[in-house]
Ligand binder design. Structure first.
Ligand code: 5GP
Length: 194
């Protein structure tokens, strides 16, 4: 419903917010990278994290890399729309840039974990929650191990989190199965433009 003055209501605005979630290793960041490459006009929120950069990751591109004190400060000042601890590091979505875009009626895409998706569901019930599922459990393990970016104990923690995340699929509005990145990108963009 539009507001009485004719401007879009909060519900209409948050309907422009799409959350992409799913287990670690399922290929969320590959999907996001492909959208960045092929559709640079689509705005993606850049999260803040206390995790160290992986080779090739740049501050302000994949993430804003901060230390624990910096993250604490953002939380204390209410600067994060949502945040969560994941496999020993903290991750959060800066609130300001998201709200600016939604206020302009522009579509916004967040790539966040299950705990963050639940917070958004709570604070913005009209947001669209998309679950990215692996074609199978074995394929997820293969991708997470094959990525070669994490030591075995970190992989084990991420697989543990993945079991929990897979069980939450029914909380989402839509499931996309990541059999081919280009298909997922096409379907995700179609959802965002609806
Ligand atoms: P990675 O360390 O592999 O880049 O990300 C680990 C997990 O953190 C992924 O599931 C990713 O979706 C999630 N993540 C990234 N940014 C955010 C964020 O801003 N908030 C939350 N809640 N999760 C995030």
């Amino acid at each position: 419903m539009p507001a009485p003055d004719g401007s879009p209501s909060q519900d209409q605005l948050t309907r422009r917010l799409t959350v992409l979630s799913g287990p670690s290793g399922v290929g969320k960041s590959t999907v996001v990278a492909e959208i960045r490459r092929a559709h640079p006009q689509v705005w993606l929120s850049v999260s803040v994290t206390t995790r160290s950069p992986r080779p090739g990751e740049k501050h302000g591109v994949q993430y804003f890399f901060v230390d624990d004190a910096g993250f604490d400060r953002l939380v204390a000042e209410g600067e994060l729309l949502e945040w969560a601890e994941f496999a020993g590091n903290r991750y959060g979505t800066p609130r300001g840039p998201v709200q600016e875009r939604l206020a302009r009626g522009e579509p916004v895409l967040l790539e966040i974990d299950l705990q963050g998706a639940r917070q958004v569901r709570h604070s913005m019930p009209d947001a669209r929650l998309v679950f990215l599922a692996p074609p199978s459990w074995d394929e997820l393990v293969r991708r997470l191990v094959g990525r070669g970016t994490e030591p075995p104990e970190v992989i084990e923690r991420r697989l543990e989190a993945a079991r929990v995340e897979l069980a939450a699929e029914k909380e989402f509005d839509v499931t996309l199965v990541n059999t081919a990145v280009t298909d997922v990108c096409r379907d995700l963009l179609a959802l965002m433009r609806r």
